[in-house]
Ligand binder design. Structure first.
Ligand SMILES: [Zn+2]
Length: 409
């Protein structure tokens, strides 16, 4: 239970274990349907210090999660998994995103705090390109230049679009428009006809007119900074298939500074030395033997095992309970060359090659979670200082999704 467990702040939680307990407010949620992700419930939580994190809930757990969570209320959430947060529509600046799993427990918290945890971006920052566009932002301003509703073509379908401009509260000029304030929560920065524009990001965005907050009151003053806005409803649902190399001899060697600034999805090689092991992550995962994909221990079904019994896992790929599970390498390394440093992720087959043994041989045999991630098996510690030539895949999550972790192929 959460009562005898320490509560962590969102900034402290890392993927090496699942047994975290957090106290958070549900600030936003929406249902999402995509071809690759299926039907999911997307959630955004904030903690007392104002940090936010995105959470995904797969179809199997939606009913249960919706029953336990109330919008705008505080909850204790116990046991969940964490993974790298990437993509062009990142709702928070947290390095990781949460997933609800079988063992996740959600209970009410007695905390009361009405803070909405907006993080408003300044119009100047938006306009001069200092903000990374794959992070969604909150904007507020007074509505001006409201245009007629237009019908535009998005992915071959007619969509309604309304454009207007917003004024912030920094200027001296006189307002001559109706006194309407617009707040867009989780908006996307984009570019249209050479102008910086803010749009709603599908169902992730919330649009409020004349919201009740101090920032809205401030806007009744004299404003002049303008920002173009377009509200549009494009449903995008694509997944790019990348060309796979057949022969690594044909692949170019690149420097780390080149791959971190790459604009094209491709495979390449880097020559680098291992600087450290990234212990935000566990060095292995429990993988389903037949599909090699991650399997999550179901504690509630593996409580009091006899010594000859195997615990029950949920295979995230086969979507079924399995027991044929064993440790597989998933190494996260910080590497460097003359030009820069970056992070690499190395999965089981390549992990065996560089470490020189099976992950199972280094495993201590315990299904308990790692409590101190800095305790590593010696053969993994010994990787630090060694140099390798790695084949690296620059995927869409790196090139357009802003991920700084590269997969070794
Ligand atoms: Zn499986």
């Amino acid at each position: 239970m959460s009562t005898n467990k320490s509560v962590s702040l969102l900034k402290a939680i890392k993927p090496y274990k699942q047994g975290w307990c957090i106290q958070v407010k549900l600030v936003h949620s929406w249902r999402q349907k995509t071809n690759y992700g299926g039907d999911t419930l997307e959630l955004i939580f904030a903690d007392e210090s104002g940090d936010k994190i995105h959470c995904t809930c797969k179809r199997n757990y939606i009913q249960r999660t919706q029953r336990d969570l109330r919008l705008g209320e505080w909850h204790m959430i116990d046991i969940f998994s964490l993974s790298n947060a990437t993509g062009q529509y990142r709702t928070t600046n947290h390095t990781y995103k949460m997933s609800i799993i079988e063992d996740t427990k959600i209970s009410k918290s007695s905390l009361v705090c009405d803070d909405k945890f907006f993080s408003f971006a300044g119009f100047e920052e938006i306009g001069n390109g200092t903000l990374k566009t794959h992070f969604l932002i909150d904007v507020i301003g007074q509505v001006t230049s409201l245009r007629d509703i237009q019908t535009v073509q998005v992915s071959g379908k007619d969509k309604k679009k309304v454009e207007f401009r917003l004024l912030d509260s920094s200027g001296q000029s006189i307002v001559c428009y109706p006194n309407m304030v617009c707040l867009i929560w989780f908006a996307k920065i984009g570019f249209y006809k050479g102008e910086v524009q803010v749009t709603n990001a599908f169902d992730a965005s919330l649009i409020l007119f004349n919201p009740e907050c101090p920032e809205a009151l401030a806007l009744t003053n004299v404003p002049n900074n303008e920002l173009a806005l377009a509200l549009i409803d494009p449903k995008k649902d694509k997944r790019v298939t990348r060309y796979q190399v057949d022969d690594w001899n044909d692949v170019d060697i690149k420097s780390i500074s080149e791959i971190t600034m790459a604009t094209m999805e491709e495979d390449c090689k880097i020559i680098c030395s291992i600087e450290s092991i990234d212990t935000d992550w566990s060095w292995f995962y429990q993988g389903h033997d037949s599909c090699k994909k991650r399997a999550i221990l179901i504690k509630s079904k593996s409580g009091n095992l006899a010594s000859n019994e195997k615990p029950v896992f949920w295979c995230t790929s086969c979507r079924t309970n399995v027991t044929g599970v064993s440790p597989k390498f998933k190494l996260h390394l910080v590497v460097k060359d003359d030009t820069s440093t970056c992070k690499l992720m190395i999965l089981d087959t390549n992990g065996r090659v560089i470490v020189g043994c099976e992950a199972e041989e280094l495993w201590d045999g315990s299904y308990d979670e790692i409590e101190d991630p800095d305790v590593l098996p010696q053969p993994i510690k010994d990787l630090v200082g060694l140099s390798f030539c790695f084949g690296v895949t620059l995927g869409s999550e790196n090139v357009s999704g802003g991920s700084e972790i590269f997969l070794v192929s």
